[in-house]
Design a binder for this molecule. Structure first.
Ligand SMILES: C[S@@+](CC[C@H](N)C(=O)[O-])C[C@H]1O[C@@H](n2cnc3c(N)ncnc32)[C@H](O)[C@@H]1O
Length: 307
């Protein structure tokens, strides 16, 4: 048995409703984690709907295999990045009626200190979800000061980005920074009272860089639309305003791709809408869910239907 995978699926009922899961239909969970959402998809698509479960993290796949064992060969597991959905789907011959992307990290990824995602506790500066060519240690010790500042500002929206980047550079001139504890200490040294949200933003920004999360999302959204049958639903859960903004913009472009000048009485570019947006405003967790699961508090759910 692997370590228990303690992760509460976020906006579970709403995700399943938006996916419109029906008996005998097939779905793809591109961020399988421990299989919390997938379990519900499999229950509702029984008796013979299939599920493709994909995750870039081998530890998540191990947990999901145990959690979903009772569904037998209805589940196909893949280790990989959802940005490569087209390649992963090349060997699949059945239709896909819906795709779920529940972005970000799972609770076990954050809670296991040896993964290096958290500023609480101490662990190696790693932060790789899967086979990323880059580690957090390399980002922190090898990036130019301006690059560090840009990451903290763009991905963390942290206003003390420059000061924190300078403190990191000063410290690494003395010795290499190799642990989350060292990094936390350096960030804390830049202000007399360091708010937790600054630590959280800086760690999140490094994680986004290490795993190229925005690059994967951009490719993954298009690939998810491409692999579904018409009428298929794409449900995306984000936990960061940059990601939510990206989903919103890409949905808008896919729903209205026409590039003709405004005022032209007919469409000359010939670009056809690929999706219909089902909720203009994102679905958010209610207060009860946030009390039960504080990690749900920043969740935004958006859904589109393939035309
Ligand atoms: C929030 S968790 C998903 C939890 C899952 N819905 C559940 O209920 O157990 C996000 C998962 O997505 C995976 N992940 C993040 N980005 C990915 C990507 N680009 N490709 C594949 N998996 C990814 C992470 O490794 C993590 O296991």
């Amino acid at each position: 048995m692997s370590q228990p995978f303690l992760h509460l699926p976020v906006l579970l009922n709403q995700s399943i409703d938006h996916l419109d899961v029906r008996p005998g239909r097939n779905y793809l969970d591109g961020t399988l984690g421990g299989g919390g959402h997938s379990k519900r998809i499999l229950e509702k698509s029984s008796p013979d709907g299939k599920l493709i479960g994909l995750d870039r993290d081998p530890a998540a796949l191990t947990a999901a295999r145990e959690n979903l064992i009772i569904y037998g060969d209805r589940v196909l597991f893949f280790e990989g990045n959802f940005s490569e959905l087209a390649e992963i789907m090349a060997g699949i011959s059945f239709d896909i009626h819906g795709v779920l992307l529940d972005l970000g990290v799972s609770s076990p990824q954050i809670d296991r200190q040896e993964r290096g995602f958290s500023f609480q506790g101490d662990g190696p500066l790693d932060m790789r979800m899967g086979k990323s060519p880059l580690t957090a240690e390399e980002v922190i010790n090898e990036y130019q000061p301006a690059e560090l500042k840009r990451i903290f500002w763009e991905y963390g929206q942290e206003r003390f980005s420059g000061k924190i980047a300078r403190a990191i550079v000063k410290s690494r001139e003395i010795s290499r920074i190799t642990t989350t504890g060292q990094l936390t200490g350096i960030i804390k040294s830049t202000r007399p009272e360091m708010p937790t949200k600054t630590l959280s933003r800086i760690f999140q920004a490094i994680r986004i860089e290490v795993n190229d999360e925005l690059g994967s999302l951009k490719k993954g959204l298009q690939a998810a639309i491409d692999i579904m049958v018409p009428g298929g639903r794409l449900v995306v859960l984000t936990y960061h305003s940059l990601e939510d903004g990206m989903v919103k913009d890409l949905f808008r472009q896919a729903a209205d791709p026409c590039t003709c000048p405004k005022g032209l009485p007919f469409c000359a570019c010939g670009k056809k809408p690929m999706i219909k947006i089902l909720n203009r405003k994102p679905v958010l967790p209610d207060d009860d869910e946030i009390v039960q699961n504080p990690r749900a508090r920043s969740a935004h759910l958006r859904t589109a239907e393939k035309l």
